[in-house]
Design a protein. Sequence first.
Length: 267
Amino acid sequence: MNHDMPTPSRTKDVVSSHSVFGAPCWVSLTSRDVKATEEFYGAVLGWQWRPAKLGDRFRIALADGSPVAGIAGVATMWQMAVAWTPYFAVRSADEAVARVQERMGTVAVGPISLPPGRAALLADRDGATFGIWEGDLFTDWETWRNAQPAFITLHTRDAFDAAIFYGEVLDWASERPGCCEVHYEGGEVVLRSRGDVVARIESGALEAAPDPTIRPHWQVHFTVEDVEACTRAAELHGGSVLSKGSDEAVLRDHDGAQFTVTARRDR
């Protein structure tokens, strides 16, 4: 979801979803309380904040001055789950939504107009939630892409089947110039855009599992310098640790949204 409209003085720097279609273009958290969310992620990930041009319920998170993610305090108003969601760039929101419906996916919200573009919140046929964005990307988007402060992994029932679903919806591995490339490496699907790894898909999730960490879902990872420090801060500020390894931890924030912190390394 695009939280920032490009400014007229920087029109030449604006990137359109049409030029990077199929690739992840943003990650956004739907929350109940923007202030509490700012405090939690400021303490855990060291983020700073700036207003977003969509209104008081929206914020842009910054890491070292660069945009990292968006916060939308609309969970209660829009009756949406508190969760981190990846958004993918598309040429046409209407066409992408129609493709999802044709392939037995679910449309939760949209497409809705959020100038300067249109967005929709969807779920694939295994229940994993994702968003799409048609239009201009936020100012400094190329900085976000190059810095890669966040990346995404789909934990799903069948990686091959999921790749077919998303490929048909998002024009992956199509004949269109600039499309994302799909590779099968080590039992998982790897998505590349302009040569860079931008997403991974892995099998093994269980659709009916009572534990949401096991059900099909898109997991948002944030790269950090000190995983242990992040886990301590999360617990001190009302969050919890779902699992922890030497270089990665799955956390839940104060409001219940799940995310992963991963030690900074080459992907």
